[in-house]
Each structure stands twice: as C-alpha cells, then as structure tokens.
Design a protein around this ligand. Structure first.
Ligand SMILES: N[C@@H](CCC(=O)N[C@@H](CS)C(=O)NCC(=O)O)C(=O)O
Length: 238
C-alpha cells in the first residue's frame, strides 16, 4: 500500500497482513499523521525465515525505517505499540498520545487493554476459531465464537463503554492511540461476525464514528477483501 501508482519508496515500511489488528493499528497511525508508508505482505502460516530474523517475538507486524537501514535488522522495530510510538516521534503532528501526562498514560493503558484483553478474546476466541478453521479446510467453530461472545465479552465491552462515558473519544476529547487500538481489535470480531453492540451505546457510537474514518476504513477494506473470499457470510454471535 503506497500513496499511489508511481510513488517512490517511502522511509516507512510496515511488514504484516491487513488481517492483523496490530498491523491495521500501525497503518491507521501513519494515515492519521499523513505519513506515507509502504506495506509488504507477510503471513504467519508459515512465517518466512527472513522475517523471523527481524521479529524476535515471531509476530507480525514489524516496521522498517529505510532512512536508517533498508535491509537487515537495523532500522526495524517489532511490536505495534513500539512501532506506533516511533511513528509518533518521527511525525509528531497530530499527536495521538494526549496533551497531558495523565492523558498520555491513560491512552497507553487503554491501548494495552485493547492489545491484550480485547485482542485475546476477539482474536483467539472468535476470529481464529472461525477464520483459521476455514483456511485449514474445517468448519468454522461457531460454538466457540458464541461462547466467547456470551462469556468473555460482556465485561470487556462494559469496561470500554464505561471508559467512554458521554465522550466521543477515550481521552481528552480527542483522537488518540486508545481509540485506534480499541477499534482495530473490535474489527477483528466484525471481520467474521455481526457484532451486536446494542447494550453498549457509548461504544457503539464510538465504533460507528471511528470506522468511518479513512485511516480505519481503508486498511479494514483490505482485510475484508481477504476474509470475505474465505467466509462470504458473517456468522451470528447470538
Ligand atoms: N504485541 C504484538 C502482538 C502481535 C501479534 O500477536 N500478532 C499476531 C497476528 S495478529 C501474530 O503474529 N501471531 C503469530 C502466531 O500466532 O504465530 C504487537 O502489538 O505487535
């Protein structure tokens, strides 16, 4: 993904898959900042050896800054949170990490909540049992997805809904990494299932306005293109 045909290579390269919420988070940060980037597809089934050499945790995504090094481990940063913090330092405007120290800390806290608690439930409990099963030629594990939605999701959604209160964004009435991370991970569920958010009105409103942003919608459309080929119809969670 570059800014358009004929574009020269950008400094920033994101290696990964649009199907990864962590890769989409990093893409959204670049887009919100107007920072051009290239996207190079790397899958995890299996992960290529050259990529393992720059991914110590054996995870996608990884960022490269070609202005530091165009090859090898130099110039690379693994882990989406580290990547996004780096992109924020390289392209400071608009900041996505809050105007105050407290806002900064809260944004990081909610980003981490999304990347761990929400991502585990949505990724391991819903996305993988459905999508990975199909990719492996099996039936989607709809029962596992429904069980996760019924038992694991209510406290997570209630927490996020409560953190929003009446606000449009998680911190300081302004877009931050917290909003991007939460939306990227919620979308992992939406890729494979209709996601009923009626019991969580603040979160439903947040999800609706966040998913309308080009920084979120663009990378999501690419993931949708991949997932819909394998799973034409989303499953029902209830
Ligand atoms: N904390 C990491 C998590 C990255 C992650 O878990 N990526 C998944 C794909 S979404 C992965 O690479 N999994 C490899 C595997 O399951 O073997 C980050 O934020 O980048």
């Amino acid at each position: 993904m570059t800014d358009g045909p004929g574009e020269t290579a950008h400094d920033l390269v994101i290696y990964g898959s649009p199907v990864s919420p962590f890769a989409r988070k990093a893409m959204a940060v670049c887009i919100e900042k107007g920072a051009g980037f290239d996207f190079e597809a790397v899958g995890i089934m299996p992960m290529p050896d050259w990529f393992k050499a720059i991914s110590p945790m054996r995870r996608i995504p990884v960022l490269r800054d070609r202005s530091i090094s165009a090859e090898g481990e130099a110039g690379t940063i693994a882990d989406s949170s580290a990547m996004c913090a780096y992109i924020d330092r390289k392209h400071p405007e608009p900041t996505l990490y809050g105007a105050t120290a407290y806002g900064h800390g809260r944004a990081l806290m909610i980003e981490e909540y999304a990347d761990t608690t929400l991502a585990m439930a949505g990724g391991l409990g819903i996305f993988r049992p459905v999508f990975f099963s199909i990719v492996q030629g099996k039936e989607p594990d709809v029962a596992k997805a429904r069980e996760t939605w019924a038992n694991e999701f209510p406290p997570i959604l209630a927490y996020l809904n409560g953190q929003l209160g009446d606000a449009d964004f998680f911190i300081e009435d302004t877009l931050s990494i917290a909003d991007i991370a939460v939306t990227a991970c919620m979308m992992q569920v939406a890729l494979v299932a209709d996601m009923p958010l009626g019991d969580y009105p603040a979160l439903a409103k947040h999800y609706a306005h966040m998913t309308a942003r080009p920084s979120i919608a663009g990378p999501f459309a690419k993931a949708e293109g991949i997932v819909r080929k394998a799973l034409p119809e989303r499953i029902q969670l209830t």
